[in-house]
Design a protein around this ligand. Structure first.
Ligand code: AMP
Length: 141
């Protein structure tokens, strides 16, 4: 599963060791390294070594492994970096802010007064639309 043949993808190159990175964790399936443009002190990316475009395409086993590693890193951020909290998130698709089309999880340690704002301005939806949305998603699952 650690085989990685994508030639142009920057995270594939990092996974193959062709581009340097500040490695935080590595095993045969998963690599974690510091984000080159950190949103906070210790901001880390967890990637699956095999090329997978985004979270929606990721095989379940690798998804489980990636989030397992993300959780371990989040715990280390709290215990070793003195983080007061952690954001764990992944962007899927350009419209969602994904700039590198290789599945990765951001693990962002948060510190009191770090000034970082990850806000979700609320949309007002009618009750009927909320019901419909719930039904559509519920039926698909
Ligand atoms: P996203 O916008 O969710 O796709 O996140 C991509 C992240 O990759 C950004 O936060 C970038 O700062 C980070 N990034 C891009 N190139 C590198 C690199 N060579 N090493 C480490 N992080 C990188």
């Amino acid at each position: 599963m650690s085989e990685n043949k994508n030639t142009s993808c920057i995270f594939c190159k990092i996974a193959r060791g062709e581009i340097p990175s500040y490695k935080v964790y590595e095993d045969n399936e998963i690599l974690a390294f510091l984000d080159i443009n950190p949103a906070s002190r210790g901001h880390t990316l967890v990637v699956v070594k095999e090329h997978v475009d985004d979270v929606t395409k990721c095989p379940r086993h690798l998804l489980d492994r990636a989030f397992e590693v993300a959780q371990m890193i989040a715990q280390a951020m709290v215990s070793q970096l003195g983080a007061d909290g952690v954001n764990i998130l992944t962007n899927a698709g350009e419209v969602a802010g994904q700039s590198v089309p290789h599945f990765h999880i951001h693990v962002i340690p948060r510190y009191i007064n770090d000034g970082l704002k990850l806000t979700f301005p609320p949309k007002q939806l009618e009750n009927k639309e909320m019901e419909d949305l719930k039904d559509i998603l519920n039926k698909a699952l």
